[in-house]
Design a protein around this ligand. Structure first.
Ligand code: ADP
Ligand code: MG
Length: 629
């Protein structure tokens, strides 16, 4: 027998699971059954593809039982106590001593550290994360004083026992087991005892594991009137590959149950799409859109949500290429009839059949979303709120489906409450309107009060409000919507679109002033132009025609782009504003240059840009205040 210590992160995790995540302890069974099912999947695959395993008998089943176990409690006067136990046993691949050590003594997956980072403090939400992060086994300690795992690897002679009380370490020693597979025995704690009965176990299995594709048997005792006890074993789950069953056989409930099994999510899905393709290539797909974005949606190391089966044999759930990256929030199953079972990972990437399934699937998912948008806008809005950013990534990256993706996009607007789409904007365009106008920035509220929107408000032209960072990149890349140009309000030439003759006259009249201002600000701005209709703002900044906007420059910097040429903005001055009118008459050199700088600096502040020299700004501001008092 050898005693070993857990790796630090296992200890941290166990501490957390036992002390913080206990609000949802029943999930321990979901996790143990899911591991048993994985072990059966692995062995099934090997017996079909690997010569060394072909002779190994494969009789897939998961057995769950409960009962009493005598246990020694060591106190001053040694006593014996009856404790309740639950066992979960499978006929899967099993583990040898080394694997017991590696799989149950360390946390192997790279995303695990992220698990700690993503905890919210809400025990109910957090316990949902356990399964998603590949740390499910340890959830057994929520309901157990100690956990024992006896396992025999398929093809090996020896069996081993792993045992731990979850407090710092574990032991591994030799054991006996009839066939290959794994038996997990939980010596229940106070919290766990309530599960050790037929009704609780059956209910939890039905809730979380009904559609595990292997039979789950529950053993229990019944007592006849005369007191004789009989042991009974009963299959409690549906045990079929649900995605291969005809739609007409399935109810909403079946789909949502299966979703819970594969997603480790407690909520129902927002949408499911079940398809069976027959003809040249044959396959079944079942896709789910979750209600809430998975926690790792924006992590580089996200866990893909798709499982690949070939002829009902599980192949992988770790392939990020099964769907395009921007659909990484979709959960589900792809099952192909036309791929060879022992297809390698590299082959999968190049496989034409899989490429076809992928492209059909993307079209189908996007098509369903479009239909949802048309039929149930409120529900679509819920989806959009969670997943608009990946959709925008898609509109940017996926040229082939761009047209469809663009129809799925929605934006806030100066003319509507809630979201509106580009096609709806097009419907509302006024006579003679040249483009779809939009304004980008960080914050909806500041955008709505931006001086740049004033001229559009006066002329009753709608402007789309875009407050997602990614809009700065995506919308210019789209360029047009159905031949209509998409134009940023923050570009110098855009305001020209909507100018009246009168505006132009006013702007011309301050020509000499503009060159005096430009003289003062020649280091800071590219040029100074006039813009009528800025309302009560004296000035604003825009980007020159082909330059990136300030927002985009900041975004690129934040994304780590270091070598960026300094790009100066264009200052726009409002000829109608009293400050500008007085400035025209100012002779005093210091007053003139202070005012010019303040016009520029306040325009930067409105854009949310940090001033390069805030102390001299404050000095200028104070001089101006003093003069006015
Ligand atoms: P995950 O299942 O996401 O990998 P777990 O914490 O649930 O994470 O399990 C850790 C590892 O322990 C599994 O990846 C597997 O290698 C091993 N394991 C757990 N239970 C079994 C089992 N019943 N049979 C074989 N291996 C198992
Ligand atoms: Mg697991």
């Amino acid at each position: 027998m050898s005693k070993r210590k857990f790796k630090t992160e296992v200890n941290q995790l166990l501490h957390l699971i036992i002390h913080s995540l206990y609000s949802h302890p029943e999930i321990f069974l979901r996790e143990l059954v899911s591991n048993a099912s994985d072990a059966l999947d692995t062995l099934k695959y090997l017996t079909l593809t690997d010569e060394r395993y072909k002779k190994i008998p494969f009789d897939p089943r998961i057995d769950i039982s409960f009962g009493q176990q005598e246990r020694r409690v060591i106190t001053l006067s040694e006593t014996k106590k009856e404790r309740k136990v639950i066992t979960v046993s499978d006929t899967g691949i099993g583990m040898d001593a080394e694997e017991l050590e590696k799989n149950l003594g360390t946390i192997a997956r790279s995303g695990t550290r992220d698990f700690f980072g993503s905890l919210t403090g809400d025990a109910k939400k957090d316990s949902n994360l356990i399964g998603q992060f590949g740390v499910g086994f340890y959830s057994a300690f929520m309901v157990s004083e100690s956990v024992e795992v006896v396992s025999k690897k398929a093809g090996c002679e020896e069996a081993y026992r792993w045992k731990s009380d979850g407090k710092g370490g574990y032991e591994i020693d030799e054991a006996v087991r009839d066939g290959h597979g794994t038996t997990v025995t939980l010596l229940l704690n106070g919290q766990g005892e309530e599960y050790a009965n037929r009704f609780s176990l059956e209910a939890i299995i039905r809730k979380y594991s009904n559609h595990i594709p292997f039979p789950i048997h529950l053993s229990y005792e019944t007592e006849a009137n005369d007191g004789t006890k009989t042991k009974k074993t009963e299959q409690v789950n549906a045990a079929s590959a649900l995605w291969r069953r005809p739609k007409s056989d399935l109810e909403e409930k079946d789909y949502t149950e299966f979703y819970r099994t594969i997603s480790h999510d407690d909520e129902d899905p927002l949408l499911y799409i079940h398809t069976r393709a027959e003809g040249k290539i044959e396959y079944s797909t079942l896709f789910y859109i979750p209600k809430k974005a998975p926690i790792d949606l924006f992590w580089a190391e996200y866990q893909p949500g798709m499982k690949l089966y070939i002829k009902r044999v599980f192949i992988t759930d770790d392939d990020k290429e099964l769907l395009p990256r921007y659909l990484r929030f979709v959960r589900g199953v792809i099952d192909s009839e036309d791929l060879p079972l022992n297809v390698s990972r590299e082959m999968l990437q190049k496989n034409a059949v899989l490429a076809k399934i992928k492209s059909d699937s993307v079209k189908r998912i996007l098509g369903e979303l479009k239909e949802l948008k048309e039929k149930d806008r409120a529900k679509y809005d819920l989806f959009y709120e969670e997943f608009r950013r990946p959709l925008k990534e898609g509109a940017y990256q996926d040229f082939g489906n761009r047209e469809l993706l663009v129809e799925l996009l929605q934006f806030k607007s100066t003319k509507t409450e809630g979201y509106t789409s580009l096609s709806e904007y097009k419907e509302r365009m006024t006579e003679g309107q040249k483009a779809v106008y939009y304004v980008t920035g960080e914050n909806e509220k500041t955008l709505r009060s931006s001086p740049l929107l004033e001229p559009f408000k006066q002329k009753e032209i709608e402007v789309l409000i875009m407050d997602d960072e990614i809009d700065e990149i995506v919308i210019p890349a789209l360029g047009r919507y159905k031949e209509i140009e998409l134009k940023a309000v923050k570009r110098s030439d855009t305001l020209d679109d909507i100018k009246s003759e009168e505006d132009k006259k006013k702007e011309k009249s301050i020509g000499p002033l503009l060159s005096r201002i430009a003289d003062v600000l020649k280091e800071e701005v590219k040029s100074v132009t006039a813009s009528a209709g800025l309302g009560d703002s004296p000035s604003c900044i825009v980007a020159d025609e082909d330059d990136p906007t300030i927002g985009l420059q900041q975004l690129l910097k934040a994304m780590g782009q270091k070598t960026m040429p300094e790009i100066k903005p264009v200052l726009k001055v409002n000829p109608d504003h009293p400050i500008v009118k007085s400035l025209e008459k100012t002779e005093d050199g210091e007053v003139f240059s202070d005012t010019c700088r303040l016009l520029f600096e306040q325009a930067l502040l409105v854009e949310g840009v940090q001033l390069p020299d805030s102390s001299s700004f404050v000095k200028r501001l104070n001089r101006a205040l003093q003069r006015s008092l």
